[in-house]
Design a protein around this ligand. Sequence first.
Ligand code: PLP
Length: 464
Amino acid sequence: MPATPPLSLDDMDRQSLFHPVTSISDHITSGPVVYTRGDGVRLTDQHGREVIDMGAGLWCVNVGYGRAGLADVAASAMRELSFQHLFGSAASEPAIRLADRLLNLFRREACAPQMARVFFGTSGSDANDTAFKLVRYYNNLLGRPRKKKIISRLGAYHGVSCASGSLTGISAYHKGFDLPLPDVVHVSCPHYYRHGLPGESEAAFAARMVAELRATIEREGPDTIAAFIAEPVMGTGGVVPPPAGYFQGVQKLLAEHDILFIVDEVITGFGRTGSWFGSGKYALEPDIVSLAKGLTSAYFPLSASIVSERVWRVLEATSRTTGAFMHGFTYSGHPVGCAVALANLDIIAGEDLVSRSEKMGRYLLARLRESIGDNPFVGDIRGTGLMVGIEFVADRARRQDFPAEGAAHRLVAKRAQERGVLTRALPFLPVTSFSPPLTVTEAEIDEAVERYAGALGDVLPQLR
Ligand code: PLP
């Protein structure tokens, strides 16, 4: 019998790998793009083609690719203590040191002295699951079993597990999975450019969003609402910074009704918005904070949930009678991940990447506005720090969308990839995001913007 020829990597992928958030039919036709190396802001694929990754993976490679120092830290941590869980009071030095450092960093940089303890996981989704369960646990301990519902916003992205996926306010992630679960309520997306009424000021729009939240709380019954969850700046939902005054109004309302505030900083944490945390930037007072991505710059899967004194006090006071806190993951506080996170925080602080994000973000915004701001299909270019979005419209004056099929932002992103720049065409609105590593230089931004503008020029005939 003749020997079967070995499969190409492409075919092996098609026959074995189940890709997340991928069209199965498209994948079977086009196959994978296999990346083999990363260095700084650049990735190389298996054919030796280089691209500038203006997405930093999935908004996560904050310190850039290929940091040998982080690889060395991981290797030495693995040699020292390859695994240690945190169940039943067990601990490891990296986990203890990271909890202490995170708590102090967040308290200082987010002006949040109320934060009390750090719980570790491995992904943004599980951090939000931890928050989801914690608010139930807290209210059950307080003898308020009816106070369970969580309010989220349309367009929000909080993950894909059953609980965090329910908090996500993008229907594409619910379809076919019988989500959202009960006890999750979605309110409007506070996106002024898209939902502001003609002649309505940003402040009036924010007040209208807060009034809608108030009406929702009253309709559902304040005694049934446990928490409100929000990203400081919406990411996947379209790079939407909060309208001025919005969070002040929201927080007042939450305080009035004894509702916890879960702040999802999975993207915004660790410099992405030009501040260490979105909570500090927008004067948020969280009860629970979710962190992941930039915590290790994705050199290791690690997440953290920081819990406030208000929540912690109840857990601690009732502990003798409730018994052990029965939630946690095998990899909660993995010592290798925690060692990598500590070294990653050293890099962010040592290279002052937070200020750099602010400065380069302004440069990126200016360069995009200069080069494509006049394009008839570019409605809005916005962002803060290195979290920037371009919103496409079929009709600028009326802010009208393209028919979904030929969504402009997807066409441009696809062409841009062919021209050597990776951006993300987002799933909720016709918005493309730019979120490069915080190390990106002006020259790299110039190169990326030039390639992207070229791609837009290439597809222009298809948009008309
Ligand atoms: N929360 C936010 C704001 C996110 O952007 C994401 C992922 O993009 C998540 C949560 C979920 O994180 P993960 O994909 O690590 O589960």
